[in-house]
Design a protein around this ligand. Structure first.
Ligand code: 5GP
Length: 181
């Protein structure tokens, strides 16, 4: 990953730090859902790297499903319009559901998801996000588990993209300004 590292102005979280934090989150989730079934809903595509690591740190009988929603496209600002591109394959009725997101920024995407999934009558609904940008919040949203809070900077890596690139970085970084249009 050294070639891609040259594109970074700054690295906020290194791989080891991320892995340690994700293990802590997995242990916390394991304790909180002890004796219960859990349905994890991963939000495509940004959450997949976090999700893959988090899942392996959860010591429970977990089921997995995915949703894809449109948020930013290739741009860096939220449109506020959320569209479901791919819906869940199973009913949520009576289930303990945990939404796994990459990042909560304005909160618009998550707010929409929470409202939408609540209407499907799960037994419980919680939210786990890898990153949180509290300064940018436009709507108040529920966040039950959080990896890290970050300042108002556009970040890439660990599933997060810029124009569909850089999702494969094992760390979280900020791109050099000359690479951002
Ligand atoms: P929100 O609706 O909370 O404003 O935005 C949520 C979505 O915007 C995230 O799921 C993510 O796809 C995208 N997003 C927000 N901030 C960032 C960022 O700093 N970097 C990247 N790559 N995507 C972001």
């Amino acid at each position: 990953m050294d070639r891609l590292r040259n594109d970074m102005a700054e690295v906020l979280f290194e791989e080891e730090q991320i892995q340690a934090r994700v293990r802590e989150l997995g242990a916390e989730i394991t304790r909180d859902y002890e004796g219960k079934d859990l349905l994890v809903v991963g939000i495509l595509k940004g959450a997949i790297v976090f999700l893959a690591d988090l899942l392996r740190s959860i010591d429970l009988k977990v089921k997995l499903d995915f949703m894809a929603v449109s948020s930013y496209g290739d741009a860096m600002e939220s449109s506020g319009v959320v569209r479901i591109l791919k819906d869940l394959e199973q009913s949520l009725e009576g289930k303990n559901v945990l939404i796994v997101e990459d990042i909560v920024d304005s909160g618009l995407t998550l707010n929409y998801l929470v409202q939408n999934l609540k209407s499907r009558r799960p037994a419980s609904l919680k939210v786990c996000t890898f990153l949180d940008k509290p300064e940018r919040r436009q709507v108040e949203v529920q966040v039950d588990y959080k990896g890290f809070s970050i300042p108002d900077k556009f970040v890439v890596g660990y599933g997060l993209d810029y124009a569909e690139r850089y999702r494969n970085l094992p760390y979280i970084g900020i791109l050099k300004p000359e690479l951002v249009k």
